[in-house]
Write a protein that binds this ligand. Structure first.
Ligand SMILES: NC(=O)c1ccc[n+]([C@@H]2O[C@H](COP(=O)([O-])OP(=O)(O)OC[C@H]3O[C@@H](n4cnc5c(N)ncnc54)[C@H](O)[C@@H]3O)[C@@H](O)[C@H]2O)c1
Length: 337
């Protein structure tokens, strides 16, 4: 089974939904959803504060209590509207309540449109470790409302672009060219609708193809973790960096590690970092290499005691590698201060 991922208007979804779990940023009129929600019964909306702090067991418990109090039945539709954190928590709650209720997702950040809402991974952080607890649970529908492409703050666009760079590296070289050619317009907020939406749908297509081939991450799906061993360690160490910025830094580190291990050419690394530089992503972060390395020991891709990284020999050529500690530390030392 697969989610139906389609373009749509959030207002059409509301009428089908028994309850909504909504990022509380939309409680304020400025964020763009206020009017659409005006006619929706207030007591059927659960407002969840978006951000990494949402991804906690206590928040899941509160959502489950809300669903219980609303006497939600299994075939009623629960619609989750928000960024990746609210989608992860809402979808997790939907996946375990009554062993799974019908779920619709309306992602409201670029990152959640192209990544978090695609492929059915749900979850929360646990014991300070990213996404340690969760389920695989597909939304019946994922509705991309392009209203949010225009209404979200610029910072969120930059964060989302990082996962689009990853998608391009994994499976769509043309997407990388588009990100390079449109870089100035994206940064200035002047990109036209058509190329912007084209970029979004191409990124969704890369992820969708991978998760359709390997829904339970028994093989190729792990490639979506390109850059993420570095990124998750950074997020665990330093709460200041958002997921998107951490991913951009992680992609740079992964490309550098590929060259360091003689898996890829310097030209590959140059191409990756030139693209990341257009968007002004950090090359060095404030963190200690040793401490980041210690966080990596909790990485879910570990094979026994050995750390495994998703690396590339070239754009579109992805592989799993088990580098020695000294090589990883050398890269971490290059990219920290
Ligand atoms: N499940 C998956 O497969 C998957 C994949 C990638 C990332 N993720 C997860 O996604 C999370 C990151 O998601 P994110 O980048 O969307 O961050 P986020 O959900 O934290 O949203 C960022 C901020 O933007 C606000 N916001 C949301 N939509 C807005 C809008 N339209 N206008 C203004 N503000 C808005 C939120 O309230 C929050 O403060 C991470 O926890 C990551 O682990 C999950």
């Amino acid at each position: 089974m697969n989610s139906l991922i389609r373009e749509g208007d959030v207002r059409d979804i509301l009428s089908k939904s028994a309850v909504l779990i909504v990022d509380d940023v939309f409680e304020k009129p400025a964020a763009g959803l206020h009017e659409a929600l005006a006619d929706y019964p207030d007591d059927s909306i659960y407002w969840l504060r978006g951000g990494e702090s949402a991804k906690q067991w206590d928040q899941v418990k509160n959502v489950l209590t809300f669903l219980y109090e609303k006497r939600l039945v299994r075939d009623a539709v629960i619609t989750v509207i928000g960024g990746g954190t609210v989608c992860d928590v809402g979808a997790f709650a939907a996946s375990i309540y009554l062993r799974g209720v019908t779920l619709y997702l309306v992602p409201t950040t670029l990152l959640s449109m192209v990544d978090a809402s695609v492929g059915g991974k749900t979850g929360i952080n646990f014991q300070g470790k990213k996404n340690l607890v969760g389920t695989f649970y597909l939304a019946q529908e994922v509705v991309i409302d392009t209203l949010f492409l225009r209404s979200q703050p610029h910072q969120l666009i930059t964060e989302g672009i990082a996962e689009i760079v990853k998608a391009g590296l994994l499976g769509d070289a043309l997407l990388l060219d588009m990100l390079r050619d449109q870089g100035k317009n994206i940064i200035a907020g002047t990109i036209a609708d058509e190329p912007f939406e084209d970029i979004v749908w191409r990124a969704i297509a890369v992820k969708h193809a991978i998760v359709t081939e390997d829904p339970r991450e028994q093989g190729k799906r792990a490639f979506l973790n390109l850059g993420h061993t570095f990124a998750h360690a950074l997020e665990a160490e330093e709460g200041r960096y958002s997921h998107g910025i951490a991913v951009a830094w992680g992609l740079r580190c992964a490309a550098h590690l590929s060259v360091y291990l003689n898996i890829a050419t310097k030209e590959y690394y140059d191409k990756v970092r030139e693209l990341l530089d257009i968007y002004d992503y950090p090359s060095k972060v404030s963190a200690s290499a040793e401490s980041l390395y210690a966080h990596m020991q909790y990485d879910k891709k570990k094979h026994g005691n050995v750390l495994r990284f998703v690396l590339q020999s070239a754009i579109g050529e992805t592989t799993m590698v088990e580098p020695d500690e000294d090589s990883v530390l050398a890269i971490l030392n290059e990219h920290t201060r």
